[in-house]
Design a protein around this ligand. Sequence first.
Ligand code: GLP
Length: 240
Amino acid sequence: MKIVAVKNYDEMSEYAAHLLIKQITQKPSTVLGLATGSTPTGTYERLIQDHKDNQTSYEQVRTVNLDEYVGLSPDDPNSYRYFMEKNLFKHINVRPENTYIPNGKAESLEQECTDYEKLVQELGVDVQILGIGVNGHIGFNEPGTSFQSKTHIVKLAESTRQANARFFDSMDEVPTSAITMGIESILKSKEIVLLVSGKNKAGAMKQLVTREIDESFPASALHQHPNVTVIADSDALAEC
Ligand code: GLP
């Protein structure tokens, strides 16, 4: 695991965007694994700016997102599909049919998980962007999730619902479950880039660096992957 220490959120975003742009330039048909949350939005802003300034093309790029809330439709402003459209897809020239996110409103959620896992494996993710939850979750893989897990439905930890409540009008509206790629699905990516920023992530960052590989801390699974870059800012590294 390579740790890149940067000054702040902006530098983290700059570094990550640069890495992605280089990847897409070298391989125009890159399969990008994408994440939601506040952490990657600065990176997405830079990709959009670069697309405007330098015409980096996403014509052949395919994207797969890590997760989606169960019960939210794509046009719900709190769904991850809506988030991705608003923060990235509609500003670049990626083909809508090449952007994949689990369907949280699928009639059979089990079938949706099976189909999504198959799709992710068939596409083969080149670079997976990850954020980290305060409890060490990646995607929505909460503590205790098997490292052999594939795409599955998860009941969200109360701490995760609270952390994400800031996007909703009230706590009651925060969904209680989600579909997420599993840990095994994530580890199949050729390369993983984990973004960590802010004081509230310092505890998780410390655990990532110091703890044994253990299912009670999902992000520790990343130590088993041969090509992981962690881009962390000084606030996130404060306890390391
Ligand atoms: C959510 C997402 C994760 C994300 C995490 C951290 O639970 N499912 O993919 O990494 O939150 O979010 P943030 O970047 O807003 O701190």
